[in-house]
Design a protein around this ligand. Sequence first.
Ligand code: 13P
Ligand code: SF4
Length: 318
Amino acid sequence: MNSAKNTSVDLFSEIKILKQKKNAIILAHYYQEPDIQDAADFIGDSLGLSQQAAKTKADIIVFAGVHFMAETAKILSPQKKVLLPDLNAGCSLADACPADKFSEFKKKHPNHTVITYVNCSAEIKALSDIICTSTNAQKIVESLPKDEKIIFAPDKNLGRFIEKQTGRKMVLWDGSCMVHEIFSLKKIIQLKEKHPDTKFIAHPECEESVLQIADYIGSTTGLLNYTIKNSANKFIVATETGIIYQMEKASPDKIFIPAPPDNSCACNDCPHMKLNTLEKLYTCLRDEKPEIILDKYLIERAAKPIRRMLDISEKLGL
Ligand code: 13P
Ligand code: SF4
């Protein structure tokens, strides 16, 4: 760890030099390790990161996140070089929705508008009408006429939560996130009892029973902002642990407790997100690989539902 720390001091300045030389930008998701967050030009949730990817003037985007996020950046900025430090950084939710199965599913539910959570492959995006993120999912659903039939994919937990918020029934794809399904309701209740002054906050990808006892539910940016604005001093956080780094930075006097998983492993670390390291970020910027390469026709089709989401979000000031 010490030798990695010593190396990382050099890596920070090397990354800075390379960024300037190559006119590159580093976009990082909150679930990245702290060193990567410190090296980034912008840290955000999926919506914020895609908005940045769409408007950046940089020639190279290094996406410190998972594959579907880097793909989304490439789709929005096809003329730019988009790099991902580790090409194997996938997403269990995206993997739970293969394109061939989803096409069949769509055929079984004709005349439905397909709203798809951004955590999916470019192929699934190309099969969708509107993309959404955890920040705008409710507003996107509400932007459609009340009698419109909707397929919501791939996250059933987010889908159920949006059904509850909007009072609308949707056809849900049966997918979920391996990280957000691991929390133990029993242990969270015990922790809440032990710390009655604590606020329990959760990402909407968590299971319904966990969401039911949450004081606040929101995207990673929403959760971070809540901890900044709320007067409580202690928070139990049910999402990937990476976000806690920014929470502690923003509110150094407050205490953040990762929600306990239902066993003793570090399961609320996303194994995909954590494949990226500062070293890989450096070599990827230096060698300009691995690069995200997508077929032109796929980009054209996948861009439409993402642009629709960005337009609706802009109109709503999100
Ligand atoms: P956010 O858009 O809320 O950051 O969520 C991304 C994600 O992958 C959650 O698991
Ligand atoms: Fe995918 Fe879950 Fe990791 Fe988010 S936390 S990237 S949904 S596997």
